[in-house]
Write a protein that binds this ligand. Structure first.
Ligand SMILES: Cc1ncc(COP(=O)(O)O)c(C=O)c1O
Length: 310
């Protein structure tokens, strides 16, 4: 049996045991980086987060990540209390304090903050927000090259009027349950369907298939509005690779020539199998081409961001 892996597996790096973590304006050693047990994020999952990657001193696609974060926080009346530039400065300071200019990944977390009482009402969060940034040395594990095994799971994506799956909220229980179901089925991650039974996304990444040279992904309803997903669609359109956002079923996913996942952490990760069925013949020329184009896009974007800041 293959070793279990996750799409967020990184190469071991002992420096990650000695990190300085940003907690509410302070840089704190990892062992001492804590938030209150009254924090709304801890108690209720009442917070939003962003995952970003550092390349050559720049947070790639920073504006797109901030658009998503600020929009999500606005929708739940969570006042970040900082500007985008303030956030960039705190992330830069944290990276600098840890001696990082690249191969680093951050998880920026903003919660409604510490509550006066251990109950749900948002007004009890009197000392918010709580702002934490964990920036780790991070190179995706080489084992990911052999591909991820997915299992379709009973847990479905929610309707937007329950808890919109576009919220990158601290509460990821829907996704965690999907991942547990996939694990019980002997797979690495869960492939989640939408409420109509169409293939939607995985518990942690967006999902694409390639059929007859065409790249397909879900309509975008019910899944995270991934920054990497949007970039892959943009890359395809700019380079003459046919791409469709459409409904498709497991039937079409099983029969795909290639399948891959997208996310900030791992960029594009090959899918080896779905429900024990191997995908394609093991080659993935379209995925490889998209991966190379994405690498170019990151390099170009990072150079432009850098130039704009000088
Ligand atoms: C459920 C889910 N899907 C997809 C993604 C990938 O999004 P992005 O490409 O913006 O990293 C994430 C990451 O936050 C996620 O939590």
């Amino acid at each position: 049996m293959m070793d279990r892996q996750t799409t967020h597996a990184a190469e071991e790096d002992p420096r990650n045991e000695q990190l300085l973590i940003h907690v509410n304006g302070q840089l704190v050693p990892k062992d001492e980086a804590v938030v209150s047990v009254y924090d709304s994020g801890f108690m209720l999952g009442d917070g939003m987060w962003e995952g970003m990657r550092l390349y050559d001193g720049e947070w790639a696609f920073f504006d797109a990540h901030m658009d998503r974060l600020f929009q999500s926080c606005k929708a739940v009346a969570l006042n970040i209390g900082l500007s985008r530039d303030d956030i960039r400065a705190l992330l830069d300071d944290t990276a600098r304090a840890n001696g990082m200019t690249g191969d680093a990944h951050c998880r920026l977390m903003i919660t409604r903050g510490r509550k006066a009482k251990p109950f749900q009402h948002p007004s009890l969060s009197k000392w918010g927000p709580t702002i934490v940034a964990i920036v780790e040395h991070s190179v995706p594990a080489s084992g990911l090259a052999k591909g991820i095994r997915l299992a379709s799971v009973p847990q479905v994506r929610g309707l937007p009027h329950a808890q919109d799956p576009k919220f990158n909220s601290h509460s990821k229980l829907n996704c965690v349950i999907a991942c547990l179901q996939a694990e019980a089925a002997g797979a690495d991650e869960g492939l989640m369907l939408d409420p109509h039974g169409f293939v939607n996304t995985t518990n942690a990444c967006n999902f694409f298939i390639v059929r007859d040279g065409e790249v397909w992904t879900s309509t975008g309803d019910y899944c995270m509005n991934g920054v990497t997903r949007a970039n892959v669609i943009r890359i395809c359109r700019a380079n003459g690779i046919p791409v469709k956002e459409k409904n498709f079923s497991l039937y079409e996913a099983y029969g795909a020539d290639e399948a891959f996942l997208t996310g900030t952490f791992g960029a594009q990760t090959r899918v080896a199998s779905i429900d024990g069925k191997d995908i394609g013949d093991g080659t993935c020329p379209v995925t490889e081409r998209i991966r190379a184009l994405y690498k170019d896009l990151v390099a170009r974007t990072v150079a432009e961001q850098k130039a704009a800041r000088q």
